[in-house]
Design a protein around this ligand. Sequence first.
Ligand code: NCD
Ligand code: ZN
Ligand code: ZN
Length: 356
Amino acid sequence: LVQLSNKYLILPGMVDLHVHFRDWGLSHKETLEGGARAALAGGVVAVGDMPNTSPHIRTAELYRKRVEQGSGLPILYRLHMGVPEEVAELDRARPRSVKIYPEDVASFGWQHVERLAERCASLGCFLIFHCEDPSYFKNSERPPEAEVACVERVRQIAHRTGVRVHLTHITLPYTAEATRGWASVDVTPHHLLLDMDNCKDPALCLVNPRLRTPEIRRGLLAALASGLIDMYATDHAPHTLEEKRSGNPPPGICSLDIALSLLLSLWKRGIVSLDDVVRLYSFRPSRLLGVDIDTARGSFAVVKLEEFEIRGGNFAGSCKFTPFEKFKAFGMVEATAVRGKIYFKNGEVYSLQLAL
Ligand code: NCD
Ligand code: ZN
Ligand code: ZN
């Protein structure tokens, strides 16, 4: 899977199971095409896009429309469907996965989630949770206890219904331990590398779930090092800089362009192996999303083995700022190919046109 020379590394294409490509009513933040540019610049050849677009993707009709648009991209596109008002909508849409937000729990209740779980179990879809119990939110506070409480709820639902469950952007080493054997989990680069103390810009560092204490973050890194984490995903969540600099900044960090380099920096530091990099950010998420990214079929990333300084201004998507500004990262993506065609080389994304 991995070929190593002195200077370059050839990896299978990366697979990011959690991105927000926005578009439609939020195209000022990002579009399918802009999101695909950021992916290609980051060595990512397949993505799982999120349904919290405007409008939120809760119907079979919207689900199909979005999947059709995404299929015009050069990268492989998958979509997690949003929670429908009627469970029967799943029979019409037949999604591979349904994304459950704390806001869905707040508005539809856990009972609705359990009914969805039952239906999903019989249709063969899986549930992907942003796992924070909203009853623990106070004002803008979203404490770690919200994650702990959600894990317990979801464990009961998984056991009662047999539905397959994935918990995305987990923040606590507790969650990695407590989900062993019944759910898969992923972590983001920001929850591994940034915390309440070392992230200095309050607006750019604002994200859901919140950044945690340095101690919790180090525990999460230790969980990663000991193999307790199944996957790595960005939660690439673009907003405009104006929105981030406003009096009421929206939560979200974008990191699709640099996520592979940040993970390779953890390899350089000896926290993960190269096999772990491929498992966490390619093999396991490709199986979750059901995409085939076999290197032999021409989907790969070429990485130059040198240190570089992260600059949001160099990002290829619409989002061109980052709380990782000036971080030293190791392993710069030099080229990305999808199904035998090079779409990114020497800092340029090209031949990127939506078929629709
Ligand atoms: C996400 C977004 O902007 O869509 N923001 C974030 O902070 N992760 C939504 C979410 O995952 O809650
Ligand atoms: Zn989320
Ligand atoms: Zn998200």
